[in-house]
Structures are given as structure tokens and as C-alpha cells.
Design a protein around this ligand. Sequence first.
Ligand SMILES: [Mg+2]
Length: 184
Amino acid sequence: MTSRALFLDRDGIINVDKGYVHEADDFEWMPGIFELATCARDAGAKLIVVTNQSGIARGYYTEETFQKLTDWMTLRFDAEGVPLTQVYHCPFLKGPDGKDHPLRKPNPGMFMVARREHNIAMHESVMLGDKWADMDAALAAGVGHMAIIGERSNEKRNDSRYGAVARFQALCDVLPWLQKSLAA
Ligand SMILES: [Mg+2]
């Protein structure tokens, strides 16, 4: 049996993007994130985080530091009654071929691993991100519903594929759209 997923970018969706956040002290929760997670849980969607963490490749922080923060973040989701199914991260910048690593958004690698490991029905799933690279990755992975949130949602994009992307100024505005996207 397949399940749907709410895919969440981390920085800019779960926490305020302050640039390479790696300590709980700098981790400022985005208003509205737990309401959205609750909506997804109630619709039977798995909560899956897909986050680029090139700060590890760049040497800004270590894998262990990232995991420690992830454990802390995960506990809060548990306490809110909306446990995360999995947190996928890409610590790499380049792959062996010198190009962007296949797991690194805008590539769809993390989504494809999630699909395989959790039997996700991609076309019934949702992605929330704050960058166009999040949308590119979700589009390439066949995610059915996508929304870009924050200041980049104002950017003009000529690519017709982006017609499918919903745009919101703030995470607090997303709930009705998410309910509708997960109602089908
Ligand atoms: Mg982000």
C-alpha cells in the first residue's frame, strides 16, 4: 500500500533560514509549521523532511552536529503529536562526476529514496519549500502539489512547468491550500 507524504524543506519552512543553522539556539520555528504538520497527519500523510546541508561539505559544521540538531527538532515534532517519518539530508555539494550531487536539490535524489523506502505515492504528495530548487526537485520527482513560500514566491519565472507551483507570502497562509491538496 502506498501513502502520501508532506515533504518539507527545513530552512525557511520548519525554521527561519538564518544561513547554515546548526544549533538549537539559532533554530527559530516558523509560525504555522505545526498546524500544517497536523493537517497532513490528519489526512494520513507522512511527514518527510528533505534538506540540503552543504554546510557539512563546506566544513561549517559536522554530520554529528547536524544529527544532534535533527534529534532535538524531531523531539519537538513528537511532542506536538506530529512525528516525522524521516529526515533526509544531503551533506554533499558535488557528486563523483563533479556535477551537483544527485541527492542535492534541485536534483530529485532525496525524494526518490523516500519514495522507495516509504512507498510514497508521489502524485498525491505535497512539497513545501522556499527556493525554486525545492520546486525543481519536486517537479523532477513527480510530486503532485508544490508550493513556494516567502519572498522568492514573488519572482517571475517563465518556465511553464512552474504553472503548477502555488505561491504564498507566509507559511501561515498555506493551510487552506494544503487541506485542499490533501483532500483528493
Ligand atoms: Mg530552504
